[in-house]
Ligand binder design. Structure first.
Ligand code: ZN
Ligand code: ZN
Length: 90
């Protein structure tokens, strides 16, 4: 989850910005004003590793190539069937 923030400092014309994941900023990064408000929330997509059951937040729609925990490139492939035929069609 990320937050779309807006600075309420009337003296500065700070634009809105997006917070760090899962962190509500307490001050504007531009003018350090603490008068900020959450304009919108950006729902974070969650990825789940089928190999080590790791859950992590997906940012900016980028699908990671490997699981950040077990570094398996097959983190999104369920283990159920054994499909070991290495068919590489590019
Ligand atoms: Zn500001
Ligand atoms: Zn994993």
């Amino acid at each position: 989850m990320q937050y779309l923030m807006q600075c309420l400092n009337p003296k500065k014309q700070c634009s809105t910005w997006t917070s760090r994941p899962n962190k509500v900023p307490v001050a504007c990064p531009g003018c350090r004003s603490r008068k900020v408000k959450v304009v919108a929330t950006i729902e974070g997509k969650k990825y789940h590793c089928e190999r080590c059951s790791n859950d992590w937040d997906a940012y900016k729609g980028k699908k990671p190539k490997v699981c950040p925990r077990c570094h398996s490139p097959y983190w999104d492939t369920p283990r159920r069937e054994k499909r070991e035929d290495a068919k590489v069609t590019n």
